[in-house]
Design a protein around this ligand. Structure first.
Ligand code: CAP
Ligand code: MG
Length: 414
């Protein structure tokens, strides 16, 4: 078994193969075919030295095929992996193969895992989302418009009482979901258990006042056993969602939380802090598209996927990722994509034009930074998505919703 044995340009993948698309720039002195063969080898069962195994382990080898040049960006190559190479239902094991040592090998200058085509048997070994976009009507009253979420700002530092009060104002103003920020978990100024109790009590008051279902995306991110304990605490106190920062917490931890939330009946909101360490450099790493695929298999119900270039953060192809999250995947539930990062009412129409209405819209600064405060900010955001739903321009709706007019004056429409 040598590197060349892992290359077959005319290979036709079978329906049992996991097929990964990579983009690579070969290392010094190597052709695209040389580099592609090494990718297949090192991510399955080859290594730098020629091997002469006694038994037929070749049937567990991956095959590189379909190499094409993409100009200055290097080459695209696909690699087909036999199903038996993988432990069913284990994201860590799968990722150690397809997104493991190859990312650091000298045979490539750069390499990016762009996309995966998942075989049915592997997909069926994962639970997928418990609710998916069904949360809109199953857990919320947002079937006819994008659900709205907000993150109190400042991110951290508010006391528990202040946090719950901000949530109350946002809920009453029209958002569906209060959400913890990614760096708020269990700090002395706002301890987790107290926050759960006080925020859910504020939620109940907001529900009574508005007659709408309101929910809270509570950040349980921690060491795995502690995350499970926190999820149980949330369910015991009447919460229907937990939030997990899935990249920092890790895939196996997420899988454990998903297993536990099946019994608890709570949905998982996936935040993705640190994803950019994998996906920001377009030539290298793991695409957000693939991270979103892993998250759907693991079973998150919502995941942040960006804002189609609007707002404050760099984005990959948000629309393409969202389409994948909604696509048929052997019966697995879909995932509701979340747009967030520098959003405000004045760009909601552009956002929904770009991504369609089947997303969650989340705004922190774009609500709490409203000149008239959180409740007014929430009213402005709610008015903006309802205007879009009704086919009315933001400017026109602002004539009857002063909070929206103030938001448009403050932040403009870009
Ligand atoms: C947004 C946010 C979210 C980011 C995450 C923040 O606040 O709360 O964490 O949007 O990025 O902390 O920046 P603002 P992404 O609404 O005030 O910008 O959705 O791309 O994963
Ligand atoms: Mg945040």
């Amino acid at each position: 078994m040598e590197y060349d044995d892992f290359l077959d340009e005319s290979y036709e993948p079978t329906e049992d193969n996991l097929v990964c698309a990579f983009r690579l720039v070969p290392g010094a002195g190597l052709s695209a075919a040389d580099a592609a063969a090494r990718v297949a080898s090192e991510s399955s069962n080859g290594t730098w030295a020629a091997l002469s195994p006694d038994s037929d382990v070749r049937r567990y080898s991956a095959t590189a095929f379909d190499i094409s040049g993409v100009g200055e960006h290097g080459f695209d190559v696909r690699v087909a992996y036999p199903l038996e190479l993988f432990e069913e239902g284990s994201l860590p094991q799968i990722l150690s193969c397809i997104a493991g040592n190859i990312l650091g090998m000298k045979a490539v200058e750069t390499i990016r895992l762009l996309d995966c085509a998942w075989p049915e048997a592997l997909v069926q070994s994962f639970p997928g989302p418990q609710f998916g976009s069904g949360v809109r009507s199953e857990l919320l009253d947002a079937a006819d418009r994008p659900p709205l979420a907000t993150v109190p700002k400042p991110k951290v530092g508010l006391s528990t009482a202040e946090h719950a009060q901000v949530g109350y104002e946002a809920w009453v103003g029209g958002v569906d979901l209060l959400k913890d920020d990614e760096n708020l978990t269990d700090q002395s100024f706002n301890p987790f258990e107290q926050r759960v109790v006080e925020s859910l009590e504020a939620r109940d008051r907001a529900e009574d006042e508005t007659g709408e279902r309101k929910e809270y995306l509570i950040n349980i991110t921690a060491e795995t056993d502690e995350m499970v304990r926190r999820a149980e605490f949330v369910a015991d106190h009447g919460g229907s969602f937990v939030m997990v920062d899935i990249v920092t917490a890790g895939w196996s931890a997420l899988q454990t939380v998903r297993r536990r939330t099946e019994d608890l009946g709570v949905a998982i909101h996936a935040h993705r802090a640190m994803h950019a360490a994998f996906d920001r450099l377009p030539q290298h790493g793991v695409s957000m598209r693939c991270l979103a695929q892993f998250a759907r298999l693991a079973g998150v119900d919502h995941i942040h996927t960006g804002t189609a270039g609007l707002g404050k953060l760099e984005n990959e192809d948000t629309a393409g990722i969202n389409a994948w999250l909604r696509s048929d995947l052997y019966g697995l539930n879909d995932v509701l994509p979340v747009a967030s990062g520098g959003l405000h009412p004045g760009i909601v129409d552009q956002l929904l034009d770009a991504l369609g209405p089947d997303i969650m819209v989340q705004a922190g600064g774009g609500i709490h930074g409203h000149p008239d405060g959180t409740e007014a900010g929430a009213r402005a955001l709610r008015a903006s998505v309802e205007a879009y739903r009704d086919g009315e321009s933001l400017q026109s709706r602002a004539k009857s919703v002063p909070e929206l007019e103030t938001a448009l004056d403050a932040w403009g429409t870009e």
